[in-house]
Write a protein that binds this ligand. Structure first.
Ligand code: FES
Length: 340
């Protein structure tokens, strides 16, 4: 069991890496504020300098590292396992500390439901209560799939131990092929979580904006459900934008309609970028890019809102730039985890 010592600016800390944990997951499990977002090798937030020791790299070509990083010998903590004791250098931050300690646990597949032509909700049940914050994700080890996959929960924490994930089928995707075509009720997977920083904030009175694209629907549905359940919408409004390519990609209303604030405090804006592609569906809603509709609806009042978003990287990049550069929405009011 290798020990890992972090040499930080202030105090040094150390922790142990157990079993098949990566350096990152071991650190977060130990309560350390190790910088991260995606846990999947894409965002580059978990880069570290290795001062001493030897690691196994799980995905050496992970896009989270630039060529310059590689030349400098930097590594991604979410894509490394310690082979020996390590000394590493990072700058930890309390904002990265897990509020709920991530745990690995087996879970059984208990059911699924089609949401659109290519998104399905998959439900699993574990023996322990499901502890997470609305908007977070978990890492699934699915038998027959070569590496773990991160998916966001669409439901809320619960005593029954249920974890629900809305997954978009990826053509030729190994994990989605297993989920969509081979999973049978009673099959067991492993769930490790919760992870993620874009969780619902309850410490302010600002109106809420959720923007989802594609399979980014799940965490935004969870945020909306959480805001409703926690009574945040008695005084606040929630604006929910959902962008798809064609009308048959559009969903979201089904989940919002059942919330008591729908149509009163919850406002739904579906947007499609290619309305003419679904012959037979007479699209009467907004067209174009979802960020343009956010701008049209909220305009110059954007700095007054608390933003959550999830979706394809071009959408999240554009939104981030529009909000933080274009409209000067304070950094603390913008919540998203970058996946690539
Ligand atoms: Fe490691 Fe994103 S690359 S957390």
């Amino acid at each position: 069991m290798p020990a890992i010592e972090i040499v930080a600016d202030e105090l040094g800390v150390s922790f142990q890496q157990n079993g098949k944990d990566t350096v990152l997951r071991a650190a977060l499990r130990a309560g350390i504020g190790f910088p991260y977002e995606c846990n999947s090798g894409g965002c580059g937030s978990c880069k570290f300098d290795l001062l001493e020791g030897d690691v196994e790299q799980i995905w050496p070509e992970a896009p989270g590292l630039t060529e310059r990083d590689r030349r400098k010998g930097r590594l991604l903590a979410c894509q490394c396992r310690a082979r020996t004791d390590l000394r590493i250098k990072i700058r930890p931050g309390s904002e990265y500390q897990s509020k709920i300690q991530p745990q690995r646990q087996p879970a059984c597949f208990i059911g699924q439901e089609a949401i659109t032509h290519d998104i399905r909700e998959f439900r699993f049940a574990a023996d322990r209560p499901a502890r997470f914050q609305a908007g977070q994700y978990a890492i699934l080890d699915i038998p027959g799939v070569s590496s773990p996959r991160a998916y966001s929960m669409s439901n809320l924490p619960n005593e029954e131990g249920e974890w629900h994930f809305q997954v978009r089928r990826v053509p030729e995707g190994q994990a989605t092929s297993r989920l969509f075509h081979h999973l049978r009720e009673g099959d067991e997977i492993e769930i490790d979580g919760p992870y993620g920083l874009a969780a619902l904030r309850e410490d302010n009175g600002r109106d809420i904006v959720c923007v989802a694209g594609g399979s980014g629907l799940a965490p935004m549905v969870s945020i909306a459900r959480g805001a409703s359940t926690k009574g945040l919408l008695t005084k606040r409004h929630l604006h929910f934008f959902y962008g798809g390519r064609t009308p048959r990609d559009i969903c979201g209303e089904t989940f919002l309609k059942v919330l008591p604030e729908y149509g009163i405090k919850i406002h739904y804006y579906p947007v499609v970028s290619l309305p003419e592609q679904d012959l037979g569906i007479d699209w009467k809603g907004e067209t174009g890019f979802v960020h343009d509709v956010v701008r049209k609806v909220l305009g110059g009042s954007m700095p007054d809102f608390e933003f959550y978003f999830a979706g394809p990287p071009p959408m999240t990049r554009t939104l981030q730039e529009m909000l933080m550069v274009g409209y000067r929405v304070p950094f603390e009011q913008v919540h998203f985890d970058r996946f690539f």
